[in-house]
Design a protein around this ligand. Sequence first.
Ligand code: SAM
Length: 284
Amino acid sequence: MDLWYTENHTDSVKFSLKVKKQLFSGISEFQELDIMDTYEYGKLMTLDGLVMLTEKDEFVYHDMIVHVAMAVNPEIKKVLVIGGGDGGTVRECMKYSNIEHVSMVEIDKLVVDASREYFPTTSCELDNPKVTVLYEDGIKFIEDKRDLYDLILIDSTDPIGPGEGLFTTSFYQNCFNALTSKGILINQNETPIYEKFFEVGISSYKKLKKMFPIVKVYQANIPTYPGGYWLFNFASKEYHPTEHLNEVEWNDLKIKTKYYNTDLHRGCFALPTYVKEKINNESV
Ligand code: SAM
């Protein structure tokens, strides 16, 4: 009998992957974690039944959450990753010798342990001496931080369960305070294809707009995420994501990427009309 993993993207849209084998299943105090080997996408990690990453397309998400900001301010030295237990975001950060330190604040040790065992290609830099892994709630961790980080990357689950508080105004305000004067924050902004996801995204966009002078939305194609079309927020205290793109300097760094490049950088902020209209209408 064929084994299939299925995620309901909406009440009338299902996304399924044919599964070779269930490799791991565990429950922590925060969530349920499953790892399966699939025919088309290699290993798949789910949390509470939702896709977190697959071996085949994780490079898109991890390239786009890190390199867009790094190409705008290659001087970034201190980075905070909230969530990101699979290690893919830290892996991309460690490609920059300029980055002096990355703190990864992950609430669930089970995710990190399982990623070390089943996703060595994403967790490969978690033992880098420049990296500190803290098993804490990011919402609490950030409360007393001031003027510390040049870049904050919110690599979280969706706003349900432990991730809910990572989409609130008070959390974003604490992030704003924790950033240096030229600080940048990147978070995922869900998909505009399905209303329930878009509402989450637009609400976080509007909250960020209340405190950051510059907030721009950019896009990426992530096949295993709802709609296959995903958005991110670029929230910045000073740098504009396209006007301040350091194309020559970034290309001179010779950073190896599989999705991101500086041409795509310009394009990813050029949103389709329906998305621009949705964001503008909602932002009024
Ligand atoms: N790229 C994935 C996505 O977009 O769905 C996210 C990957 S990463 C595995 C998400 C991580 O956020 C999980 O490991 C989860 O445990 C962590 N997380 C959720 N809420 C958190 C919180 N309040 N503080 C720190 N980490 C949290």
